[in-house]
Design a protein around this ligand. Structure first.
Ligand code: E4P
Length: 218
């Protein structure tokens, strides 16, 4: 399973990168705004800064809602680095833009996906990644993990190469459960990734080993 970090915060991206397990980064306009990154030039520069910190794919979202605007913005983003994945909203124009870019061998990520039908369309349009938002489904008393299972079944039925990128991950068990189902990638906050390390028996075991080692060395 690939691990992406879902943030535009450079310090957190660096911390995740230093763990040695990071495969990429996803961002969105809200995450950029949260870091105070506004204005086209600052946003483009921030994407370059992120690409310089990591080796893998970096999803950069278009803001336009019309096909022409998405193509213009997507081409500008893709020109920044080979690492850039053009992130497109799941709309009619988003699907058309996805096909346009995949025909030109540019990487795409169809975002804001909440149904298996939307994921099927993304695969048909040749998306590199499809991003089902599992946390937002859980927020409205639906079940995000069921959606991941449905998409996995559909993609396996037809051998679609689009990678399932489980997004809107809220906590550590979301990551574990997505891995059990077979999501190809997960993107989550640093806290959810670091949560994978923790177990009270590990802490107790370390304390015991340290104490026994020190006894033998007095
Ligand atoms: C995915 O690419 C999105 O940036 C993200 O996972 C959305 O997560 P949220 O629902 O926590 O905002």
């Amino acid at each position: 399973m690939k691990f992406f970090i879902d943030t535009a915060n450079l310090a957190q991206i660096k911390e995740a990168q230093e763990l040695g397990i990071l495969d990429g980064v996803t961002t969105n306009p809200s995450l950029m705004a949260k870091e105070g990154i506004t204005g086209k030039n600052n946003i483009l520069k921030h994407y370059v800064d992120i690409c310089n910190l990591v080796e893998g794919d970096v999803s950069a979202e278009v803001n336009a809602l019309d096909l022409e605007g998405m193509i213009r913005e997507g081409e500008e983003l893709a020109d920044l680095s080979d690492q850039i994945v053009i992130k497109l909203p799941m709309t009619i124009d988003g699907i058309k833009a996805c096909k346009y870019f995949s025909d030109r061998e540019l990487k795409t990520n169809m975002t804001l996906v909440f149904s298996a039908g939307q994921a099927l369309l993304a695969a048909k349009a040749g998306a590199t990644y499809v991003s089902p938002f599992i946390g937002r489904l859980d927020d409205i008393s639906s079940d995000g993990l069921v959606l991941i299972e449905e998409i996995r079944d559909i993609y396996d039925n037809y051998g679609y190469e689009t990678e399932i990128l489980a997004a809107s991950i809220r906590h550590t068990m979301h990551i574990v459960n997505c891995a059990k189902i077979g999501a190809d990638v997960m993107t989550g906050p640093l806290s959810a990734i670091l949560g994978l390390v923790k177990h009270p028996l590990t802490d107790l075991g370390i304390a015991q080993f340290v104490a026994d080692y020190e006894k033998g060395n007095i």
